[in-house]
Design a protein around this ligand. Structure first.
Ligand SMILES: N[C@@H](CCC(=O)N[C@@H](CS)C(=O)NCC(=O)O)C(=O)O
Length: 215
């Protein structure tokens, strides 16, 4: 295998994280779109063999090693290619603290709100819960970004890539970012990085998500 293969979906911010990180690292890769409308057991055999949990993203590296869970993939490629990571052990630890925060907080709020508003409406109580959590998460991120240009310091890292994975789609969910100006300025800094592409310009076409697809 000559280039890594990314199993992904065009509407998946978790997939976008990996595609964006590889772009910013200038690592060529191949995309294979997975139809998330299909029941897991009907998805392609190669994807099912590579995917430990049945979800995208999965990255199969040049040596055939399959890695899943977006933030684990980010950690893996930062170490493999020696890019977008902290320079010192302390910085690298801080980067991974943000990866864990993203998985536990940010990835549990805004992406669900977007999915509900764009694809499969959930009840109002759930939307209210995700909105409340999202506001707290955006407050936390905005507070951090008032102190430094990137999440874990002066330079962009996989922590930024992880945290921004869904945030170029806030308009789709009707979320106005005006209350979080430091977050908006940080997204602009990410947009200005060499190689940056917006999610729909970067991710390969995949069948449109139906309302019965999994989040
Ligand atoms: N914790 C996982 C979440 C991955 C995830 O939720 N993937 C969704 C798309 S964004 C998926 O594959 N959904 C279809 C399914 O679960 O069958 C990660 O960070 O990679």
């Amino acid at each position: 295998m000559s280039v890594p293969v990314l199993y992904c979906n065009r509407e998946s911010g978790h997939s976008y994280k990996i595609a964006l990180a590889l772009r910013l690292m200038a690592v060529p890769f191949e995309q294979r779109a997975v139809d998330l409308n299909l029941p897991r057991e009907q998805r392609g055999e190669d994807f099912r063999a590579a995917s430990l949990f049945g979800e995208v993203p999965v990255l199969v590296d040049e040596d055939g090693l399959a890695v899943c869970q977006s933030n684990v993939i980010l950690d893996y490629i930062a170490r493999r290619y020696g890019k977008l990571d902290g320079r010192t052990p302390a910085q690298r630890t801080r980067v991974r603290e943000w990866l864990a925060w993203e998985a536990n907080r940010l990835a549990m709020s805004f992406p669900h709100l977007r999915f509900s508003r764009c694809f499969a409406p959930a009840d109002a109580a759930l939307e209210a819960w995700w909105t409340q959590r999202m506001r707290a998460d955006f407050d936390r991120l905005d507070g951090e970004l008032r102190a430094r240009p990137f999440v874990a310091g002066e330079a962009p890292t996989i922590a930024d890539v992880s945290c921004c994975g869904y945030l170029f789609w806030t308009d789709q969910a009707g979320v106005d970012l005006a209350p979080w100006p430091a977050l908006v300025a940080w997204l602009e800094r990410i947009r200005a990085l060499p190689g940056w592409l917006a999610p729909y310009d970067l991710l390969a076409a995949s069948p449109p998500i139906r309302s019965d697809a999994r989040a």
